[in-house]
Design a binder for this molecule. Structure first.
Ligand SMILES: [Zn+2]
Length: 68
């Protein structure tokens, strides 16, 4: 047993992902930026393209809000 051994869950660490796509937008719940890799579904509406994504911050399925 080595006490210095630390188990780190890096499966979803955003700084380890190689993302070339722009972020989807920000979470309307926690205001965290949502990377394109968290996209769940994208569809056309009368107002344009809408999408749902799983927020890496709060874990909720949200509609990312773009702020250009
Ligand atoms: Zn969130």
């Amino acid at each position: 047993m080595c006490p210095a051994t630390v188990s780190v869950d890096v499966g979803r660490s955003p700084w380890l992902m190689t993302v070339n796509e722009p972020a989807l937008g920000r979470c309307p719940r926690c205001d965290r930026e949502i990377p394109a890799t968290y996209l769940l579904i994208e569809y056309e509406t009368e107002e344009g393209l809408a999408s749902f994504a799983e927020c890496p911050g709060c874990g909720e399925v949200v509609a990312p809000s773009r702020s250009d």
